[in-house]
Design a protein around this ligand. Structure first.
Ligand code: URA
Length: 236
């Protein structure tokens, strides 16, 4: 592939820069419309994960519960081998209740396509389920309250590999202050599951020169993933 898809991604980034410059991304309803939500036709209705979602979606354990529009649980293949973990919902995600549906999400989709993956092949969630005002970094107390939800999701999805998107997600999962540059291209472990750190797609939107490195990371992730033993099927 490669060249044609890469030129499409580069075109996307150039278009994005022309339109928004250094500004943060804005809403893209089309992605959300294409996504199946629980309760909508074709969506898995009452899986254990969806039951868990219903149990926690009115959470008020931290002040973000009062300022959010929608609780952003997680989305994707509920038995995925790879789980991507971002930082926290942004404006688009807060409005739509689905992670990575804004411009960063569009770029994430393109990076997945770079290694022949679709969004539906993986599971996507965030450290925080609710948007911090003005997209500020998650505060330690918010992470402390929210991360058990993510841990439960990880237990339920049982991915073979976790991928932390960006410094904030990685530092919170790995309890480290390492820089992103030092965390990339290494195999970490979170609760005995291998974890790889890559750029947050929003960072690549701002710094287009990181696109090649982000694409290399996707290859690194997939190559490592394919070396891992098969996931056990339920009942085995
Ligand atoms: N950034 C994140 O970290 N997560 C989202 O869901 C969207 C943007």
């Amino acid at each position: 592939m490669e060249n044609s898809l890469k030129s499409k991604i580069v075109g996307f980034l150039q278009w994005y820069q022309d339109l928004y410059g250094g500004e943060w991304y804005i809403e893209t309803p089309s992605l959300a419309a294409a996504e199946k939500r629980p309760g909508q036709t074709g969506a898995p209705a009452n899986t254990p994960l969806q039951q868990f979602r219903h149990a926690i979606e009115n959470c008020q354990n931290c002040p973000l519960g009062r300022t959010r529009t929608k609780f952003v649980f997680g989305t994707g293949n509920e038995s995925a081998g790879i789980m991507f973990i971002g930082e926290a919902p942004g404006q688009d995600e807060d409005l739509q209740g689905i992670p990575f549906v804004g411009r960063a999400g569009q770029l994430l989709n393109k990076l997945l396509a770079h290694v022949q993956l679709k969004r539906e092949d993986v599971y996507i969630a965030n450290i925080l389920k609710c948007r911090p005002p003005n997209n500020r970094d998650p505060q330690p107390g918010e992470v402390e309250q929210c991360i058990p939800y993510l841990q439960r999701q990880i237990e339920m999805v049982q991915p073979k590999l976790l991928v932390a998107l960006g410094r904030v997600a990685a530092q919170n999962l790995l309890n480290t202050t390492e820089s992103l540059a030092n965390m990339r291209k290494r195999i970490w472990s979170y609760r005995e599951i291998p974890l790889i750190v890559t750029y947050h797609p929003a960072f690549v939107l701002r710094y287009n020169d990181k696109l090649d490195a982000a694409m290399e990371d996707m290859h690194f992730i997939l190559e490592y993933y394919h070396k891992l033993p098969e996931k056990e099927k339920p009942g085995q």
